[in-house]
Design a protein around this ligand. Structure first.
Ligand code: ACO
Length: 428
């Protein structure tokens, strides 16, 4: 049988090293033995953006980028979207198995009991600038919620960890809806324990000032599917931030605020907002060829296209696209959809995109559905953060339970000045 090792020859010294292979990886620390002389620090790997570095083992989510596959705990995303709901899929992500009826009922009851915010938290929200971006308010309020939950910092206590995981996942929609209502000068709506995860969110967003809201079950289901689709996506930028911050053993509120901040960026969860800006700017199907010429010339990016891992159609984009028509039937057509469909069709036939394996990602169509649901553009990334909270928290729990994990602290290759003497200001 072939040996599960890799032989590396250093041509500087003619020396060979044999390093173990595990799951198609080599331990980066094995490289350290490769030295030119005894005083040498030893070799490191150089990988800006972690393009080819696994930082953890995980049993939560599988993304098979070449084949466009996404599974949570082994269950294909399309089956979960068809048969599960947000509460159940969140349980699956958190605990690794689908719940029994009793487990489901207890989980949902526990979450609903933790969806309200402390009374004086509302005063905190009032301090925000009305026109401030709701994602900024969401990030700040997640961190601030930690100050109302000081036991969150007791991360060694497993039962306590579960308590705070439930508080964070349960209150994410409440914080999100408060962020929106704050910008509209509307009074806050308390969570409704009779409703689903998505239904409750829609009511907290859109109920009138007396708290009345007529829930459309088809739109509620469409949003629930969007929530399931966004729950976890292995080691992306936001999740890596959650793990990196969590590796310092800070409380989960602070770590999740950092993860949400990472998600905010236009190269990550902020892309859904950028897609709508782009489609609005294109304005008409006839302008697509000129727009794509600009993209190919490197003047701008085709937002909602491309992915670090998917080199095939993002399965989440496929599911969202298949639900778009249903939503538009109820909520009215979105004229941007015609531009998006044509843009996708033309781009997929262009050499530039084919060669680089650039396909629509989750953000290409999600914004149009959010818009149809009446959700303003500035809220799109918040919509992503709500369900992703459970993924972040499951990844955080996995990190804390993993004896291999250490505080995240990458190395660098220093190319700056050597030592030099301080010069007084008059001599510079
Ligand atoms: N439009 C045009 N060209 C693109 C795009 C795009 N959207 N994405 C990648 N490319 C090109 C790059 O310019 C590069 O071309 P080159 O080889 O000629 O230099 C090549 O494709 C490889 O791209 P990288 O930037 O090296 O790929 P990376 O894995 O680092 O980036 C990313 C992935 C950030 C998602 C990128 O594709 C992108 O910026 N897409 C647009 C923003 C977006 O939709 N983000 C959401 C991603 S999904 C999510 O985070 C939830």
């Amino acid at each position: 049988m072939a040996k599960e090792t890799l032989t590396i020859k250093d041509n500087r010294t003619e020396q060979e090293y044999e390093v173990p292979i595990w799951e198609d990886t080599i331990p980066a620390m094995e490289l350290r033995q490769i030295k030119v002389n005894e005083g040498d620090f030893g070799m490191m790997s150089f990988d800006p953006g972690f393009k080819n570095t696994a930082t953890t083992e995980s049993t939560i989510t599988l993304v098979d980028g070449a084949n466009g596959i996404l599974r949570y705990r082994g269950y294909p995303i399309d089956q979960l979207c068809e048969k599960s709901d947000s509460f159940e899929s969140a349980y699956l992500i958190q605990y690794g198995e689908l719940p029994t009826k009793e487990e489901y009922d207890k989980w949902v009851g526990d979450l609903k009991a933790r969806a309200s915010l402390p009374e004086n938290f509302k005063a905190f929200f009032k301090a925000f600038e009305k026109d401030g971006h709701p994602m900024g308010k969401f990030i700040a309020s997640v961190a601030a919620l930690g100050t109302f939950n000081p036991t969150g910092s007791d991360i060694e206590n497993v039962a306590n960890r579960v308590e705070h995981v439930q508080r964070l996942f349960a209150s994410a929609p409440t914080l999100a809806a408060y962020s929106y209502r704050n910008s509209q000068d509307l009074p806050y709506v308390e969570p409704d324990p009779e409703l689903s995860y998505a239904g409750n969110f829609l009511k907290m967003m859109f109920a009138d000032k007396d708290g009345n809201y007529e829930l459309n079950p088809a739109l509620e289901e469409a949003l629930d599917i969007l929530f399931i689709l966004h729950m976890d996506h292995e080691q992306n930028c936001g999740t890596n931030a959650m793990r990196s911050i969590g590796s310092s053993h800070v409380d989960p509120y602070s770590a999740m605020a950092g993860a949400a901040a990472a998600l905010y960026g236009p190269l990550h969860g902020g892309a859904n907002e950028a897609v709508l800006r782009m489609l609005t700017k294109i304005g008409d199907v006839s302008n697509i060829p000129a727009f794509l010429e600009g993209v190919k010339a490197g003047k701008e990016k085709l937002m909602g296209f491309g992915h670090r891992v998917y080199k095939n159609y993002d399965p989440r984009a496929r599911i969202i696209k298949s639900h778009a028509d249903e939503v538009f039937k109820i909520a009215g057509a979105n004229p941007l959809l015609d531009i998006a469909l044509e843009l996708e069709k033309i781009a997929l036939n262009e050499d530039y995109f084919a060669k680089r394996k650039l396909y629509p990602n989750v953000d290409f169509y999600s914004g149009m559905i959010y818009q149809a649901l009446g959700i303003p553009r500035a809220m799109f990334t918040v919509m992503f953060a709500i369900p992703r909270s459970i993924g972040w928290l499951a990844q955080w729990q996995e990190l804390l339970n993993d004896p291999l994990q250490k505080i995240a602290r990458p190395r660098q290759v220093y190319l700056g000045e050597g030592e030099r003497s301080y010069k007084e200001i008059e001599q510079r």
